[in-house]
Design a protein around this ligand. Structure first.
Ligand SMILES: NC(=O)C1=CN([C@@H]2O[C@H](COP(=O)(O)OP(=O)(O)OC[C@H]3O[C@@H](n4cnc5c(N)ncnc54)[C@H](OP(=O)(O)O)[C@@H]3O)[C@@H](O)[C@H]2O)[C@H](O)CC1
Ligand SMILES: [K+]
Length: 500
């Protein structure tokens, strides 16, 4: 009850800040992810009201509290780099030693004269060791305060070798070597068992491969005010309820207002379109049509709730109430070429999946609303990833004008205007045949119910993950996922109620 009240108050305050502000629009600030560069801007803004020395003290205190909460006293080596990450490390050393723990510091580089990190280093009166190789092997815990947001290039081999020898690592802000924006590894990065970061998480905490290195990730408040976020053009969010809102069923709803989903049904691989339809029906679409390109009987026998079109596509698209179409699941390239251009030319909102990714013809996708490739399909259409996958997905979104759902263990939902949501709400067990068709049906339902493109895709990806979690310990197949969607939708609303 208290938590609900607290969250309600917090969100009301957040909402007051949102109003009238044109950068973060009606979106839960708790879900904002800040790039290292944006974090520097926040730090600078925060430093106008709280000195950096105090922020550093708060950061070090926050890390110390997490260590004291989780571990019994043991020998700790704190590796401190030359910047403020190292500064946080010196604070941890002082506070842990004060709590009676056997602590020593290993200095990797020297803080700049007059810097806040140098100030923190001077406050450390305990043991500083030189022979780091020997100490790192002996220490029960190694605190990695070498580099955080300020990492600029690959980790030096000596530092990498040192970290390799550590048995159990606790990372301050982020494990050294992980790029806070992309989650990529710069040379080497340790696998921490606990990572304590501050104010807001960074994209690199959730993007793979970085995410695998975090262990338990804890984000601590260090007294930076939420309103410092509003000076920044936020582009990254964690995909959780609160980032989007699912329309409620209203008493005056009728089937077309709830949303009509139309699916092109392949003539050979008929399971995919049926799975999309099954998901749309279970997600609460007002009505679901399949337009078969052959094999009508199998679609007609599928479900009494499904409407199977008898007329050709050219006629069916005249129905203005049928705005949202799924094109691709189970389709051959020939079938895609026969249908996709007609849908786009008719101004339909098209969710393009599977069969549309069989060529490298990007132009074919222009005018679609949402595309949902997995990494293999993405590379086939857009080529190898040269920088990182977020940049590649952003470029693809700009080129096609569509929201790109780049499916994987860290599914990205990227809008042509640059917004990126990172999804971690999914288990590896979702990787099963038909799972993508189910996702397409969920997206179509939400889009047909009036949600905007990016929000529909974000909500659908979360609910797809939730449906997988609802399968408990069994291995979900696509039908089981679809069967859990009603409950997944309810759960999204329950969490949403608390957050807003
Ligand atoms: N609000 C907050 O979240 C706060 C965070 N704090 C902590 O501050 C760090 C960020 O501090 P910063 O000083 O910007 O950066 P780092 O400590 O990560 O590193 C900067 C120094 O490291 C050198 N560097 C960078 N990469 C390498 C490399 N590959 N090899 C060798 N040296 C490297 C860099 O040298 P330059 O020549 O590039 O300048 C710097 O000397 C954040 O992560 C938090 O832990 C604050 O304590 C309080 C508020
Ligand atoms: K670190």
């Amino acid at each position: 009850m208290c938590r609900v009240l607290f969250l309600f108050l917090q969100c009301s305050i957040n909402f007051m800040f949102y109003k009238g502000h044109n950068i973060v629009k009606n979106q839960n600030t708790d879900l904002v992810l800040l790039t290292p560069l944006q974090m520097q801007i926040v730090d600078k803004a925060a430093a106008k009201t709280i000195p950096v020395k105090q922020l550093m003290e708060n950061a070090g205190w926050a890390v110390t509290q997490e260590i004291l909460k989780r571990y019994k006293p043991c020998s700790v080596l704190i590796l401190c780099g030359p910047g403020n990450n190292g500064g946080d490390g010196y604070v941890v050393a002082r506070l842990l030693a004060k709590a009676g723990w056997p602590v020593c510091v290993g200095a990797i580089g020297k803080p700049k004269a007059g810097s806040d990190a140098e100030y923190a280093a001077r406050q450390w009166c305990g043991k500083t060791v030189e022979n780091l190789e020997a100490y790192v092997e002996k220490a029960s815990l190694v605190v990695d305060a070498i580099f955080g947001a300020g990492l600029t290039s690959n980790l030096d081999c000596r530092i990498a070798d040192l970290l390799r020898k550590a048995k159990r690592v606790i990372a301050v802000d982020i494990p050294s070597g992980i790029d806070g924006e992309t989650g990529q590894i710069k040379g080497y990065a340790p696998y921490a068992e606990l990572t304590v970061s501050f104010f807001r998480a960074k994209p690199g905490h959730y993007l793979l491969p970085g995410r695998e290195h975090m262990g338990v990730l804890v984000i601590k408040d260090i007294s930076i005010l939420t309103n410092t976020i509003f000076t920044i053009d936020i582009k990254y969010w964690l995909n959780e309820p609160g980032l989007w809102e699912i329309p409620r069923a209203e008493i005056e709803d009728y089937k077309y207002r709830r949303g009509a989903v139309s699916i092109i049904g392949g003539s050979q691989m008929t399971g995919a379109a049926r799975l999309s339809a099954h998901a749309a029906l279970n997600m609460g679409a007002g009505l679901v049509h399949i337009l078969p390109l052959g094999n009508n009987e199998i679609y007609s026998n599928f479900s009494a709730c499904l409407i199977v079109d008898n007329d050709p596509l050219e006629d069916v698209i005249q129905d203005k109430r049928r705005k949202v179409w799924v094109c691709g699941p189970g389709l051959s390239i020939k079938e895609v070429r026969r249908t996709l251009p007609i849908l786009i030319a008719a101004g339909k909102k098209v969710i393009a999946d599977a069969g549309v990714f069989q060529t490298d013809q990007i132009d074919m996708l222009k005018g679609t609303s949402i595309i949902t490739p997995h990494m293999g399909e993405f590379k086939r259409v857009f080529g190898e990833i040269i920088e990182d996958k977020v940049s590649a997905a952003r470029q693809a979104a700009v080129k096609t004008g569509a929201v790109v759902v780049l499916k994987g263990a860290d599914t990205l939902i990227v809008a042509p205007d640059g917004r990126v949501a990172i999804n971690q709400h999914a288990s590896a067990r979702l990787a099963t045949a038909g799972s993508g068709d189910t996702l397409t049906g969920i997206i179509a339902t939400l889009l047909a119910s009036g949600m905007p493109e990016w929000e529909s895709a974000c909500a659908a990806v979360w609910m797809h993950g939730e449906a997988g979690y609802l399968c408990d310990h069994s291995w979900p197949n696509a039908e089981m996922l679809a069967n859990n969607l009603g409950k997944a939708r309810d759960n999204a609303k329950i969490i949403k109620k608390i957050d807003n």
